[in-house]
Write a protein that binds this ligand. Sequence first.
Ligand SMILES: Cc1ncc(COP(=O)(O)O)c(C=O)c1O
Length: 319
Amino acid sequence: MAVTAPARTSLAVLPTPLVTASRLADALGLTEPLLVKRDDLTGFAVAGNKARQLELLVAEAEEQDADVVVTGGSTGSNFVAAAAAAAAYAGMGCVVVLAGDAVNRTDHPNLAAATAWGAQVRWTGNADRASVDEMIPAVAAQLARDGARPYVIPRGGASATGALGYRLAVDELVGQLAGRTPTIVIAVGAGGTLAGLVAGVVAHGNPLRIIGASVSRPVDEVAGRVLALAREVARRRGEKEPQPSDVELVDARGPGHGVASPAGAAAAALALRYAGLVLDPVYTAKALAALPAAVADGPALFWHTGGLLDAVAALMGPL
Ligand SMILES: Cc1ncc(COP(=O)(O)O)c(C=O)c1O
């Protein structure tokens, strides 16, 4: 079936580089080559992986003639800052719902960036991130009553529309790999990124194994979300639907979501020293730490997803 190209607002500088990291591979004890897909270099704001998702999300908001983006997350959310930048770029307002009670905007560089880029903040008053999911629709409804045209994006951009950005990224990667078949390891939070990759790998006939390192949720919980989103992406494109066995995850939470792990800190130190890569403690450091055991043997590919401002926050000390 011919697939219609989805509407996409150009934000990222694509393709991102695919590089080899031989000294890092040695330092991690790998005996086979290590490739790194540099989605920390997507080139829009400091959005990392979220730039690819926002290309599709902003396009859909524009198609719906929205004038304000409503999304949310935690205080240090990379996605919230990225969404604020994308909304500003597209000439839309941005209202973000953040879990917990108001903190100083300079307490986290992502919050400082989001507000500097024009986001208005609404606090849920509840530290549980689920409170954000409850409040986003209420905030959007109020904005609509006030005459605005809101476009709602779930936490992390984890909708089928957002995930489509990573379905398209697989086409890009397969071209760069030119027949090589490394096992991919990538950090997983809300799951939209992995869902798109799974849909893409299945659409290409499963040439690559992909392992998600879940840093936020228990593996069973995130597997269901990823499969449902990946299937929706496939249905939209008229491509083969992924099966449960296509979603592979390892638990990389360590001491918990948003809490740095000693293994992650060690992996981040090696990445910086041997490959010049800056990893954040919340997502990418934990994913790289999980890579050697997850891949076991054969060539590997670490998909770097960004998190630069969280890396800066870690340098500056705890919240
Ligand atoms: C740096 C970084 N890596 C990976 C992820 C995971 O992406 P997803 O939420 O789509 O699973 C995120 C999500 O916020 C992120 O900020």
